[in-house]
Write a protein of this length. Structure first.
Length: 157
């Protein structure tokens, strides 16, 4: 299994490169299944991330499957009273989606602050375990967040 990570700044150039070089089909012809992970966030960036999802579906060949990460950290993923699963962009493309991974919004001065500190520190869950900056309770809460995410991934992958 191989992974490649791509941030927002290079999303469009990488997408064009993949399409121009027919990379997805090339990878498929060599016996590998391509699974693209994309993020849809709540809050101010929701419309942009929904557009990014729609763009990926449009640009990528049919043999590429997508895993959509629904990140509620910045707010609910809801528009005009519809959840992501009810939105037209998902309904029209759900046959391309291998699965949904929901990162539930963590609120309060416990879970929410722990997740925020982990993200601000640019640490992985495993790095948090080794960090002296996180106390026992914080590590325990973040372990629960990790478990919730990894249980969803196990179903999808």
């Amino acid at each position: 299994m191989s992974f490649s990570y791509n941030g927002a700044a290079s999303f469009i150039p990488l997408s064009y490169y993949i399409a121009e070089n027919d990379a997805i089909n090339l990878i498929g012809e060599n016996g590998k299944q391509v699974v693209i992970h994309t993020v849809v966030t709540g809050g101010q960036a929701m419309r942009d991330t929904l557009a990014g999802f729609a763009s990926l579906v449009e640009q990528m060949p049919a043999n590429a499957q997508l895993v959509v990460w629904l990140n509620e950290f910045f707010g609910d993923i809801e528009a005009e009273g519809k959840t992501f699963e009810q939105m037209r962009v998902y309904q029209n493309n759900k046959d391309r989606v291998l699965g949904l991974i929901r990162i539930a919004r963590q609120t309060g001065s416990t879970f929410g602050e722990d997740v925020k500190l982990m993200l601000d520190s640019k640490l992985t869950f495993d790095e948090v375990k080794q960090s002296a900056d996180f106390g026992l309770m914080s590590k325990s809460r973040l372990s629960k967040v990790k478990t919730a995410i990894f249980e969803q991934l196990a179903v999808v992958l």
